[in-house]
Design a protein around this ligand. Structure first.
Ligand SMILES: C[S@@+](CC[C@H](N)C(=O)[O-])C[C@H]1O[C@@H](n2cnc3c(N)ncnc32)[C@H](O)[C@@H]1O
Length: 448
């Protein structure tokens, strides 16, 4: 294929995937969103966004590949590093700018906004203009800013905001230490979770242990973390397991490291015949019980004793035996290889011969080598992008690689398929199938 022909295929894919996305919005309520919409579209918070995410994966991958091909490299290189969006969003979140703007549907002048949050107006207008250029707020008249659909996720009641905060604060501080971590002799070849970039950058109190130990002693950070995890499953697309995986034929489910129930709560709402056990550390379980998360959003599951909250330290304890499903979401990725193996080994001890699908995980980092990607596609059903896209969908799957670096900051990792296979072999599990949810995956295992 000539260079021009390749670019023309990318253009056709952009068109096709954008049309698919528009049709999906229209199917829901007959409309497509605009950049300055001031309300969420009903599809924005849907549990199952698999089709939309598949279209966006192609759209983002092809648009970026096209721009990177046609722009001068220096232009693209500077765009990669001259990024201050997270600092600007940090201000917006800390000062609850969206909460204020919600009271002014026609917009608020930056001079008024500056009085409310005590930030010098000329400086503030520059930050607001950067964000509005991204579609976060709109400048409806000179220096007058109003909310947009994108800015709504920064509202104090929206759980995505907690995720934004995690990346804008502790994660970005950890990210600044990656080079030093790779080069300094005491950290370069070392994978202990207690001394990792995110702990070195944030653990000013000298707390002993890993990130979860640090959070144990910081109530508001921990509570905010567990709220963000609730929303993360929609962002990553893993909540689609509830509709895409034939989970309704099972009657007992164990959610290992289930937090405050980001998976279990919508699951209990949807499948009323299932008995669920949520395992975690004591404080997240207290948050699940005490903050009324369940009492408010799924009181019937508590009243009917369909959900039980139990303490379980997954490095040293096995869950209750003989349940149908042992679910582990976003658990293995928090730990280096040595610790990661112990968790499925403990789960394997509990599994009966009929237990399925033990245990699913989430991101499967995709191959950039087309031959290897094709092998994984034919053997396990992993999805591969068509040429001339990169086989991993390029920037369409960028969060997976960003997330891997986020985990790097914990001395942990997201894993590629061969690494999952190594881990499951060692834990006595056999991979049957990969369920691609257009970003996150479910790995279905049986006992080996
Ligand atoms: C990334 S969160 C995943 C939460 C949930 N599975 C989800 O995806 O919605 C990791 C969870 O592991 C729990 N955890 C961390 N260390 C643990 C340990 N040693 N034993 C049991 N749970 C632990 C945390 O409290 C947290 O809820």
């Amino acid at each position: 294929m000539s260079n021009r022909a390749r670019l023309e295929v990318l253009l056709a894919l952009i068109n096709l995937s954008a049309e698919q996305a528009m049709a999906l919005y229209e199917q829901v309520d007959g409309t497509v969103p605009s950049i300055d919409s001031t309300e969420f579209h009903p599809l924005d918070e849907a549990l199952d966004q698999v089709e939309l995410k598949a279209a966006i994966r192609t759209l983002e991958g092809t648009c970026t590949q096209l721009c990177t091909t046609l722009a001068p490299p220096g232009h693209t290189a500077i765009n990669l590093v001259q990024v201050y969006d997270y600092s600007c969003v940090r201000l917006a979140v800390r000062e609850n700018i969206i909460n204020i703007l919600m009271d002014y549907p026609k917009g608020l002048h930056v001079n008024e906004l500056s009085k409310e949050i005590n930030v010098e107006p000329k400086k503030l207008s520059r930050i607001m203009r950067l964000l509005a250029t991204r579609g976060c707020y709109s400048e409806v008249a000179k220096d007058v800013f109003a909310s947009t659909r994108l800015s709504l996720v920064l509202h104090s009641e929206n759980p995505v905001r907690h995720m934004v905060n995690l990346h804008a604060e502790p994660a970005s501080k950890g990210g600044a230490l990656i080079y030093e971590n790779l080069k300094e002799p005491q950290t370069a070849y070392f994978y202990h979770p207690d001394h990792c970039p995110v702990m070195d950058a944030n653990n000013k109190e000298g707390i002993t242990g890993a990130f979860f130990d640090w959070m144990r002693q910081r109530d508001s950070t921990r509570e905010s973390y567990h709220r963000l995890i609730q929303r993360l499953s929609i962002i990553m697309g893993s909540s689609a397991v509830l509709t895409q995986f034939p989970i309704d034929k099972y009657s007992t489910v164990v959610d290992v490291g289930g937090g405050i129930g980001a998976f279990s709560l919508p699951f209990a709402k949807m499948h009323k015949h299932v008995k669920i056990t949520v395992y975690d550390l004591p404080k997240p379980l207290t948050q699940a019980r005490m903050t009324q998360v369940w009492a408010r959003d799924c009181p019937e599951a508590v009243q009917e004793n369909r959900v039980e909250f139990s303490e379980l330290y997954f490095f040293t304890q096995a869950p209750v035996p003989g349940q149908d499903i042992y679910y582990l979401r976003n658990i293995i990725h928090d730990w280096p290889d040595e610790e990661s193996l112990v968790i499925p080994q403990n789960v394997r001890k509990a599994m009966g011969i009929n237990s399925r699908p033990p245990p699913p995980y989430d991101y499967v980092v995709r191959q950039l080598n087309r031959e290897q990607a094709a092998l994984e596609a034919s053997k396990f059903g992993a999805t591969m992008a068509p040429e001339p896209m990169l086989p991993n969908f390029g920037v369409g799957n960028m969060r997976m690689y960003q997330q891997d670096v986020s985990m790097f900051m914990h001395n942990a990792r997201e894993r590629m398929l061969p690494e999952f296979l190594e881990l499951s072999d060692a834990a006595g599990l056999k991979l049957e199938k990969i369920w691609d949810l257009s970003e996150a995956c479910v790995l279905e295992y049986i006992a080996a």
